[in-house]
Design a binder for this molecule. Structure first.
Ligand code: COA
Length: 144
């Protein structure tokens, strides 16, 4: 990777790049149905994108209800802290917006990834789109 940069923007700005990543990761790699992947939340979410120079390599979205979702790093860029940098930017932005917490529905394989960022498991496992998930949350200290 050469020069990483992170942006957050509305769907209208990043739709093409985010769709490319989420199609590759969730629909093609994980087998999630297209009708489950795309919903009306994209239009009102804040979208975070990581670019390696001009190439979009990771994405996630933050909803009004403080839920983080659709966290995806292109497979060839994993294990190089791209996901961590993306999530840290979301946490930073959430603190700026004085959000009290962040929450997410984590695929079970990614629990350690989110724990390393400060999220904690809440409750027990369930299936979503046929994939084991668990709810996780992180309280934010908005006084700092
Ligand atoms: N299982 C266990 N640990 C993982 C992990 C996984 N799948 N992915 C990352 N980690 C750990 C890393 O080992 C690292 O821990 P360390 O600092 O103790 O070594 C930490 O999480 C950060 O890793 P990083 O390199 O920043 O993660 P990444 O760029 O590979 O992104 C995902 C992580 C989960 C976003 C990425 O694997 C991905 O896009 N997966 C497919 C889509 C997906 O499942 N998204 C999550 C939906 S809830």
């Amino acid at each position: 990777m050469k020069g990483l940069n992170i942006q957050h923007a509305d769907w209208a700005v990043v739709e093409q790049d985010a769709r490319h990543i989420r199609t590759a990761v969730f629909i093609e790699e994980q087998g999630i149905a297209a009708e489950d992947e795309w919903d009306d939340q994209d239009a009102i979410a804040l979208h975070f994108m990581v670019y390696d120079e001009q190439k979009a390599i990771a994405t996630a979205r933050l909803l009004l209800n403080h839920s983080v979702g659709r966290v995806a790093v292109l497979s060839q860029y994993r294990g190089q802290s791209v996901g961590r940098i993306l999530m840290q930017q979301i946490i930073f932005q959430a603190k700026i917006e004085q959000r009290p917490l962040l929450k997410l529905s984590a695929q079970v394989h990614a629990i350690h990834f989110y724990e390393s960022l400060g999220f904690a498991v809440q409750g027990s496992e369930y299936l979503d789109c046929g994939i084991p998930h668990v709810d996780m949350a992180m309280m934010l200290d908005t006084s700092t």
